[in-house]
Design a binder for this molecule. Structure first.
Ligand SMILES: CC(C)(COP(=O)(O)OP(=O)(O)OC[C@H]1O[C@@H](n2cnc3c(N)ncnc32)[C@H](O)[C@@H]1OP(=O)(O)O)[C@@H](O)C(=O)NCCC(=O)NCCS
Length: 143
């Protein structure tokens, strides 16, 4: 059985490091991780943390209204495809709707674009490069 729960920033770091920062010299701690309006979600399978994601209040001038940015979406490779990412996105959208947030956006790795599209996000604008990580698109969803 898999379940999604709120977790601390600290809890996200091992999974971020393993999935998103292997051989990538970028920080695994993000500005805003500890802000009071930030929240972090984790998916547990048999009490093991297998996936994490973080949600921070951040305005992108391309979008309207109150906004949150999704960051650090990562599922351990051996657990990908089990629905953990989808579960976190659904929970995050439910929480953000309670907060009356209008828009969720992120900088999506090109390889993850089809995953986000399945969760109802759309790409905005042109592909851009983030050093060490590669091509990204801004993606967004009005809630
Ligand atoms: C992208 C990622 C977070 C998806 O997490 P996940 O837990 O494997 O996703 P889920 O199992 O919830 O998948 C949900 C749906 O998206 C699909 N999907 C997931 N990743 C996909 C991909 N890369 N391409 C196409 N479809 C994908 C699944 O098949 C599933 O489809 P279904 O609902 O029709 O069954 C995960 O693959 C990952 O951590 N990748 C490496 C790190 C990364 O790129 N993170 C994103 C940074 S922006």
């Amino acid at each position: 059985m898999i379940e999604v729960k709120k977790i601390s920033a600290l809890d996200t770091y091992p999974v971020r490091l393993e999935v998103l920062r292997k051989n990538i010299p970028l920080p695994y701690q993000f500005n805003g991780d500890l802000d009071s309006d930030t929240f972090h979600l984790g998916v547990f399978k048999n009490n093991q943390l297998i996936a994490v994601s973080s949600y921070m209040k951040a305005e992108n001038s391309n979008f309207k209204g109150s906004q949150y940015q999704l960051r650090g979406m990562a599922t351990l490779s051996e657990y990908q495809g089990l629905g953990a990412g989808k579960l976190m996105m659904e929970k995050a959208v439910a929480i953000l709707k309670e907060f009356h947030i209008n828009c969720l956006w992120c900088n999506a790795r090109v390889v993850a674009v089809p995953f986000y599209e399945k969760q109802g996000l759309k790409t905005f604008g042109d592909k851009f490069n983030i050093q060490y990580v590669g091509g990204h698109y801004v993606m967004y969803k009005y809630l």
